[in-house]
Design a protein around this ligand. Sequence first.
Ligand code: FAD
Ligand code: NAI
Length: 462
Amino acid sequence: MRNFDLVVIGAGPGGYVAAIRAAQLGLSVACVEERATLGGTCLNVGCIPSKALLSSSEHWAELKHLSAHGITTTEASFDLSAMMARKDKVVGDLTKGIAHLFKKNNVEWLNGRGTIPAPGRVQVGEETVAAKNILIATGSDPAGLPGVTVDESVVLSSTGALSLPKVPEHLVVIGAGVIGLELGQVWSRLGAKVTVVEYLDRILPGADGEIAKTAQRLLQRQGLAFQLGRKVMSVTQTGGKASITLERRDKGTTETLEADAVLVAIGRRPRTAGLGLEALGVALDGRGFISVDAGFRTNVPGILAIGDVVPGPMLAHKAEEDGIAAVEALAGHPHGAPDYSHVPGVVYVAPEIASLGATEEALKDAGRAHVVGKFQFIANGRARAMATTDGLVKVLGCPETGHVLGAHIIGRNAGELIQPLVLAMSTGATLAEIAASSHAHPAMGEAVKEACLAALGKPLHA
Ligand code: FAD
Ligand code: NAI
């Protein structure tokens, strides 16, 4: 029987990064992955293909809005199959890159479905290997709607919505969360009528309310329609079309939408089934996530878990950071409990939406004293020069210490602009220190400095 110090199950951003880091730390490592390619949900059917399509469709959408720069296009067209082929190539190149990194770092890829027949044992197909430690990094699957069958042709999960062979005339998206908005925007830009149906009375639950409202307004201006406060009662299919029955939560009345495709994007669930966890006695929490301690250890000695399968934000960078912390702790370098309040989240629609730490509503609800500083991109020189003036930066700080409690940005490249605030929050830098640091001019990033100045009561350009 082959013997490893660590066997990782799942080669998503959590698992593959943990495997590489553990090998670099001198452990003998195998990584079990059942897909034909490495990289997990993120590389194969998540972060990367969605961003490839967002980028292609953004180029197309921008063609229509170049008149502000004095440019008009008379003849332009797009080829959906070429867009899809580009996306597939981006994915293919990156997944091959991980296979290369595995070879370079001496990580053995065991291709097949892994189960844990007993502590210290992992079975993959016919082979059982011995493992001093087992790291579960099996990720998550799309949540289903009761009574609704996803066929990936008319009723889609995110995976089907990343590979449609033609642009649907009417796409109904169920769920105004991250996936619904990102993929809704892709297909809207490519010509579909897109209606986003949401159970709550707002989009992007969890995001700062003011930012979510701004996002809704800007997305509506681009053509996305929202039906909020609607409960989906049924989705039926006839002749390649779908009929969606909704109930208005305020009035109790029902409405029907006809669509060529329906994307169900109502969240994701941890993937724990089929591993043998019940027989092993591995404890799950009330929501089905694997319970772990500060070192990502489950209640069963020698079995650890990270990423989407454990509590915390379901994000690739969080999975990666979990993985590094877990294996460094195994190798004798503990990190301490993870602090997920410092993990940024980015919705890659245009304009981009980035969030970090507490929202203004959460601080108010908690009765926590705070200062708010805002700066609108309309007053930023670079934004004016680029004609990207939609949006704002909002920072929330502690009035006594000046520490950053939260930051929320909607605007061009918000995902990059939030990064200095992430650094400030995790190192304890203050609003005054950010504001005092030199910011190149002209840059969208100056809006971050200005928002900090506003929070300190010393706005310059507002
Ligand atoms: P996963 O990436 O899900 O990987 C788990 C792997 O384990 C899979 O490859 C699976 O095949 C394998 N596996 C499962 N069970 C077994 C088994 N028993 N045996 C062998 N192999 C097994 N996050 C971001 O941060 N940014 C984004 O832009 C972003 N965009 C997204 C877009 C979409 C459409 C989706 C669906 C998700 C997106 N996410 C994004 C979320 C991100 O993909 C996940 O948070 C991340 O992939 C979680 O990583 P993980 O390693 O925990 O699990
Ligand atoms: P989500 O949790 O972001 O949004 C789901 C939405 O569906 C919520 O607004 C919720 O209120 C709504 N909803 C739930 N049940 C409903 C129902 N029955 N009818 C109507 N609406 C309903 O989940 P989503 O968009 O599926 O994404 C899953 C995860 O993937 C996210 O948690 C996110 O972490 C990750 N992801 C991250 C991305 C990024 O970082 N850019 C991109 C895509 C996904």
